[in-house]
Structures are given as C-alpha cells and as structure tokens.
Design a protein. Structure first.
Length: 128
C-alpha cells in the first residue's frame, strides 16, 4: 500500500515542530490513531485530511501528489505551491523574491499569486 499521505502528514508535522500527541490535541484526534495514519496502517478520512490541510495551511492536494512529482520542487517551492493563504507581506518576509537581481514589486508578486491560483484550478479541472 502506498503511504504517501502518511509520509506527507509526518513531514508537515515534524517540519512545524509538533509531536504526535500535540497534533492529536490540536485536531482532537488520538495520537495513536495519527501514528497509524502516518505509518500507513490506517487510511484517514477526507474530513481528517481537510482538517490537517487547514491546520497546516496547505491545499489538500498536497497529500495526494506522487513522490516523483513532489521531488521536482525545492522545499520553499513546495510551500509556495501548496500554501492556502498566500499574501504579499508574508511572501516578502519568507522569500527573497528577486528577478535578475531586482526585488519583485508588490504588483509582480500579486500577479504571481494569481498565476499560481490559476495553475491550481487547471490541475483540478479534468481535461475535456
């Protein structure tokens, strides 16, 4: 059984500095159940995945990407792609956004956010 969902949850949890017990308390789930999810012994419900996505502020699609697809992105790029609530101020604080050595303007960053959101919509929309 492919345990990509469990690996993604563990990755986010550890990256954000939570223990299983702490995450369980935050989400009102038993930590032993979350451990089973992370280890691939339980399949999480969509409701739990949405709760996780909301808690970690990522798009739920993050949990379903294939490893080889995700491997194409650097960690910072992953955060940028799957972050649910992108805003200009946070992007400027988190990333050194420069193009050809010149800092990106708010207007350019706003356009980039629109582009990313459009890409997300295209990924979710089946081809006709």
């Amino acid at each position: 059984m492919d345990n990509r969902i469990g690996r993604r949850i563990r990755e986010l949890r550890k990256k954000r500095g939570y223990t299983l017990r702490e995450l369980g308390e935050k989400l009102n789930f038993d930590h032993s159940y979350l451990s089973k999810v992370e280890n691939g012994r339980k399949i999480p419900s969509i409701e739990l995945l949405q709760q996780m996505a909301d808690f970690f502020n990522v798009d739920i699609s993050y949990f379903f990407m294939k490893d080889e697809e995700l491997a194409l992105f650097e960690d910072d790029e992953k955060e940028l792609l799957f972050d649910k609530d992108l805003d200009i101020k946070e992007l400027k604080e988190r990333f050194n956004l420069t193009i050809d050595g010149v800092p990106a303007t708010d207007e350019e960053i706003e356009e980039a956010i629109k582009y990313i959101k459009a890409l997300r919509i295209m990924k979710k929309t089946p081809s006709i």
